[in-house]
Design a protein. Structure first.
Length: 379
């Protein structure tokens, strides 16, 4: 079972198999990724409009696409597609906070109130009892703002989405939504995924540095690694080219029409999931992270110290980083991400030498785990 890391959950639905197109592969490693290619084709046959995937290992870089990037024109997806990566953003945010810890500018045991006094208050929330570590590994108990019923109606269901898709929301707006509810549990006593944790983490970065989390990710990660397709769009509603269209049902069920949701104001996600990237950049980032190029060994060890995820015995959650044990026993590290019209997964081996990143441009067709399994475990 894969951990649900989308901004909001969606129900699987099969599209017409007529949308499926042949997978196109390129790169020096093409001969060694037959099982992965078949899994990509199977995803499209099962209803995903289109898939783009890039793997990097000791043999080189391999990419494949399948299906379509535009259901109206039939234009294919591209290996160079940029797409919204959703909660993959969280690993970047956690990396910056761990760099700040390495510099002695904060500690993981600082409370939220140390930096943002009074922010987490209401219905039992208390920022004086919640630490930075608990934000990053989702043991804070802070309510997930994307679970709020009014928020879901306004931003994830059809009528609300088309009314509010261009609205700008501030991080405080998102936190205030969460504070209308009771915590899920007392800090440190359990685990539950909450996007609010990373909205607050982004606010901590700004308080510590005097610069936005987006600026810090840009200067500390994106520029040093030359991630030329990666950006934090803020309130920009479009996705840079090359890119495909993104599709959603905008409904809590698996029936009904499909809508183009490519344009939206990503302030709805903030530090929990606003980022845009491509598969090659995500491979480069996770490979650099796991091979120790972004964090000192102590901080990387902290990041890889996981807690148990209820209901998912094969997954542990660290600090913005998941450890997943695949069926063949291989462990991969990375993160999944979902946002309107987009499902992303980026994983790498513990030594950073074998990486995979992929994206579905539909958000209702299930997870990306089958592709990951085939890449790292074979046929």
């Amino acid at each position: 079972m894969r951990v649900r890391t989308a901004l909001v959950g969606t129900t699987a639905l099969l599209l017409s198999a007529a949308l499926a197109g042949p997978a196109v592969a390129a790169g020096p490693g093409a001969g060694g990724h037959v099982a992965t290619r078949r899994a990509v084709e199977a995803a499209v046959a099962a209803g995903v409009p289109g898939v783009t995937v890039t793997a990097k290992d000791i043999r080189g870089t391999w990419s494949a696409t399948a299906g379509v990037g535009d259901v109206v024109t039939g234009a294919p997806r591209s290996a160079a597609d940029r797409y919204r990566v959703g909660s993959v953003t969280k690993t970047f945010v956690a990396t910056v906070l761990l760099q700040l810890e390495a510099e002695g500018r904060l500690t993981l045991d600082d409370t939220v109130d140390t930096w943002l006094p009074g922010l987490l208050r209401g219905h039992g929330h208390d920022g004086r009892r919640i630490t930075v570590r608990q934000l990053l590994n989702h043991t804070s108990g802070v309510y997930n703002y994307t679970s709020d019923a009014d928020f879901v109606r306004a931003h994830f269901l059809r009528d609300g989405f088309f009314r509010h898709r261009y609205d700008t929301l501030t991080p405080r707006d998102l936190v205030e939504t969460a504070m209308r509810h009771e915590p899920d549990f007392a800090p440190g006593t359990s685990w539950k995924y909450s996007n609010t944790n990373y909205v607050v983490a982004g606010m901590v970065i700004e308080k510590v540095t005097g610069r936005s989390y987006a600026t810090e990710i840009e200067r500390r990660v994106i520029r040093p690694l030359r991630l030329t397709a990666t950006s934090l769009p803020g309130t920009r509603v479009t996705v840079p080219r090359p890119s495909s269209r993104a599709y959603s049902k905008l409904a809590p069920t698996s029936t009904g029409p499909t809508y183009d949701v490519t344009e939206l104001n990503p302030s709805i996600a903030s530090a929990a999931g606003e980022m845009i990237s491509d598969s090659a950049d995500l491979d480069r980032f996770y490979s650099a992270l796991l091979s120790g190029k972004l964090l000192p060994s102590r901080q990387l060890k902290e990041m890889k110290t996981t807690v148990r995820v209820d209901g998912s015995p094969d997954t542990g959650y660290g600090l913005g980083l998941m450890d997943t044990r695949l069926s063949c026993g291989v462990h991969v590290w990375g993160h999944d991400g979902g946002i309107h019209g987009s499902a992303t997964s980026a994983m790498t081996t513990a030594d950073g030498r074998h990486s995979l990143a992929l994206n579905f441009n539909g958000d209702w067709v299930g997870g990306t785990g089958a592709v990951t399994e085939k890449e790292f475990c074979g046929g």
